[in-house]
Structures are given as C-alpha cells and as structure tokens.
Design a protein around this ligand. Sequence first.
Ligand code: GTP
Ligand code: MG
Length: 229
Amino acid sequence: MAFYIKEQQNGIGEKFNDLSANDKNLLNEYFKIEKFYRYALKEMQAKIENLDNYCETSFSHNPIHHIESRIKTPENIIEKIHRRGYPVTMNSIKEYLYDIAGMRVVCNYINDIYQIIDLLSKHKDIQIRFIKDYIEKPKASGYRSVHVICDIDIYVVGDVRVVPIEIQFRTIAMDMWASLEHELRYKSKNVYTEEEKVNLKKYSDDLYNVDINMQKLFLKKTEGDIEND
Ligand code: GTP
Ligand code: MG
C-alpha cells in the first residue's frame, strides 16, 4: 500500500503501528492530497513576502521579521480528529481541520500585523474565514497573536483547489514568549504551579508593554522622517 511505502521513505513506520485500520485508511487518503497543503503554503509565503516588499518600496518599512511554516504531522491530524470527536473521514479533514497548513508570520511592530492582514484581505484569491484576535483578547495563559483562518485558491493543471491555511501573526516579543512558554509547557508535561502561571502571564504583559512602547517610539521616529522630508 502507498501508505506503507511513504512510512518507509520517511522512516516513521513504527509510529503508525498502533493506529486502527480506519485511521490508516484515512491517512492513506490524506497522503494523496497532502501536496496541495504544501503548494498552498508556498504560494501564501510568496504573497506575504511580496507584501513585505510592497511596504518597503511604498513606505520605507519592512513589517515582517521572518516567516515559518509547517504541515501538521499525520499523528497530530489523527489525534485532533479523535480529540474533537470528528468522524474519521476525509470530509472531517477538509471541513474541520483548517490548521493542516500552518504559517507563522513574525512582525516587527503590532501595527504591522494589522496592516499585513488588511493588505492580504484585498487579494481576490484569498478568502478570510475568520480571525481570532488574541492580542485584543489574550488567552488566560498570556498567549498573544492574531490567528487568521483563510482559504487560498491553488491552480493545479487547469483545476482549482481551495485550501485552508491558519496564519499566526505575532510580534517578535510575542513570538519569544510563545516559543519559550511552549518549550516550558512541554518540559513540565503541561503542569504549571499557580505561581508559575501568574508569572508567565506577567512576563507576557511585560513584553506587551515593551511592544506598545517600541511602537510609540517607531511612530515618533517615522513621523519625524515625514516632517524632515
Ligand atoms: P488546536 O486544537 O490546538 O488547534 O486549538 P484551537 O483550534 O482551539 O486553536 P487556538 O486558537 O487555541 O490556537 C492553537 C494554536 O495557537 C496552538 O497550536 C499554538 O500554536 C498557539 N497557542 C494557543 N494557545 C497557546 C498558549 O497558551 N501558549 C503557546 N505557546 N501557544 C499557544
Ligand atoms: Mg491548531
């Protein structure tokens, strides 16, 4: 079966041994369309890099610090389907799992995030499904980012595929907090003491204050540029 060939190529064979026949069948089907998620990430990355360049040439400012992307692992796809209680079908993958293609866009300043989202929303081949603004309303943990869940049209040999992508927009400071908190969470096996939770939330708020102040400084300095022109 193609599934087993792919397992062997990737050297991840044993990881799938415990899966039920249903789960394995689903992954076999999924592997046939996995490439469209990869194409979608490449095209989205090109669009966002072009927007960064557009801002550089139009406003002499690069909003984007760096971009990362990943495809959800097959194990995590199966885990999420079971955790959410979705039927083990391709329909669940297509309808409910909008974060198989995941992108993280790390911006320099808070305003850059909203500017890039606004510019992206004007693209005719991108449809925004919904936005979760965890900057306006941070998670209890202190997590801040704006998640944009959108569909992108991918043209493949005369055919058009509509592929969902989850894009997480955050500042460098928010990315620093989320990366370290993620690592600490993994190291502490998801268990924080109350004091640790309070401290992590405080560090996130402290970093947010730095973000706000850096934004103010940026605006002050660039307004100065305009006056001096
Ligand atoms: P998932 O089932 O994990 O996809 O959750 P969800 O669909 O409810 O989405 P949510 O908006 O909570 O975002 C999930 C993603 O945001 C995670 O995969 C992380 O990348 C990030 N995230 C959300 N909360 C936290 C947090 O408290 N800490 C860190 N480090 N990352 C978080
Ligand atoms: Mg997710």
